[in-house]
Design a protein around this ligand. Structure first.
Ligand SMILES: Cc1ncc(COP(=O)(O)O)c(C=O)c1O
Length: 432
């Protein structure tokens, strides 16, 4: 079934919504909303276990894109004619619902960007270049995706700032006692991931943010692997900047968000310059538009943002607490099934399913992860293999690469069973 773009039209969990039974998601029903999950790969049914890289899209999102291009494709904020006004209202309406999804106090604090990478670069270029100077300290962690590492490396190199890193335990938790020591250096910024894309670790964002603030630092949180999978409330977390990607949360590629407190955004200089972000322009000088458009130069990805609005409606209809419960249950099942049925396999990340998101990294002793992924592909099972854009983390774990299975709302125990069967086949091939 598909959802309309109006959230809550079918009361979740009511008899009218077969996707929820006894307060739990019924992934077998949800799958029917995702056309791609009915297709095959190499002649066998697709088992998609790479949702951390990008999620699949429900019909509601596909139809939102289609509806825009077929029905009211026009530029936003400019036209005085009907379809342009409809496009503007759909685009701004999506912004409001995306902002509400993370409980932003005001939708003008939500900047539409193409992805989490762009959002972090925006902060590093705009806030970073205005506020970071020689000798200033920025605290990051060993868990970070390259997207939350490289922009700070560039900034630090340019400004003569210093990067410090919170190390991890072997299980993948941030070492909080070292963090407390690093805060004594009085950093200007602490930037870390909410949920690790490689190990799945869920970091204690509210606690770490309170400590950072007490030490005088601002906090940026990379929510690329959190917003799709658990309830996120930026006000309750208390953070200053929060970023996410739409394509990982059932939305289209080219959509994403940067949320920041209004006073920070007001004080920040523009990132990109051009049309739409200005109030007045003369040949030699310009003044800036108000928030959020000050940070949205040029024609935005209108359809992607409208599509992300539909994705947010879809997730809201399921309920994020249920999404989290579903994935937590699936991770616990996967960790147990894999450990029990695939002898010799190494599993990484927190053992406590309550403290990890829906990713399961692993290695077989007999095969390189690329070979594992290739052989799994032959039976229709899609997993990621490589460093998952976390090379320093792999170095810390002393691993050249890992294979990774990851889940979303449509993932089932049958998917996990197919992975287990596939891994046993890989072992048979390598042992024969
Ligand atoms: C934790 C984390 N941060 C940032 C990113 C970057 O996301 P994007 O490529 O959509 O900008 C990813 C993507 O895998 C991620 O997992």
């Amino acid at each position: 079934m598909t959802m309309t773009s109006e959230p809550g039209t079918d009361a979740p969990g009511s008899a009218a919504d077969p996707r929820i039974r006894d307060g739990r998601l019924v992934a077998e029903v949800i799958r029917a909303d995702f056309p791609i999950l009915g297709t095959t790969a190499h002649g066998v049914p697709l088992v998609y276990l790479d949702s951390a890289a990008t999620s699949q899209k429900p019909l509601a999102v596909i139809e939102a894109l289609d509806g825009y291009y077929r029905g009211y494709n026009a530029n936003v904020h400019r036209g005085i004619y009907d379809i342009s006004e409809r496009a503007t209202s759909a685009y701004e309406g999506a912004r409001a619902r995306i902002a509400a999804f993370i409980n932003a106090p005001e939708s003008r604090e939500l900047i539409n960007v193409r992805n989490a990478t762009e959002a972090i670069n925006l902060v590093a270029w705009s806030w970073g270049r205005a506020n970071i100077g020689e000798g200033d300290v920025i605290v990051l962690t060993e868990l970070e995706h390259h997207a939350n590492l490289v922009p700070w490396q560039l900034l630090a190199a340019e400004k003569g700032a210093r990067l410090e890193f919170i190390p991890i335990t072997d299980e993948g938790y941030l070492r909080q006692e070292v963090y407390a020591e690093l805060l004594k250096l009085k950093p200007k910024l602490v930037a870390f991931t909410h949920v690790s894309n490689t190990l799945g670790t869920i970091n204690p964002v509210a606690e770490m943010t309170a400590q950072a603030h007490a030490a005088g630092a601002l906090v940026l949180v990379d929510g690329a692997q959190a917003v799709p999978h658990l309830p996120v409330d930026v006000q309750a977390l208390g953070v200053d900047f929060y970023v996410f990607s739409g394509h990982k949360m059932l939305g289209p590629t080219g959509s994403g968000g940067l949320w920041a407190r209004r006073e920070l955004l007001e004080a920040m200089p523009p990132f990109m310059a051009g049309g739409d972000m200005i109030r007045t322009v003369t040949l030699r000088a310009s003044t800036w538009n108000e928030l959020p458009w000050k940070f949205e130069a040029g024609t935005p990805d209108i359809s992607a943002t409208i599509g992300l609005g539909a994705a947010v409606d879809y997730l809201t209809g399921l309920g994020m607490a249920r999404v989290r419960a579903h994935e937590q249950e699936l991770v616990a099942y996967a960790l147990e099934a894999i450990a029990e049925k695939v002898p010799g396999i190494s599993l990484y990340g927190p053992r406590d399913a309550a403290r990890r998101g829906g990713v399961v990294p692993f290695n077989l002793p007999e095969a390189h992860p690329h070979d594992v992924a290739q052989l799994l592909d032959r039976v229709g099972v899609c997993v990621r293999a490589g460093h998952h854009c976390t090379m320093p983390l792999h170095e810390r774990l002393n691993l050249p690469a890992t294979a990774r299975a990851s889940f979303s709302v449509y993932s089932t125990r049958q998917d996990v069973d197919a992975l287990v069967d596939g891994l046993r086949d890989v072992q048979r091939i390598f042992r024969s």
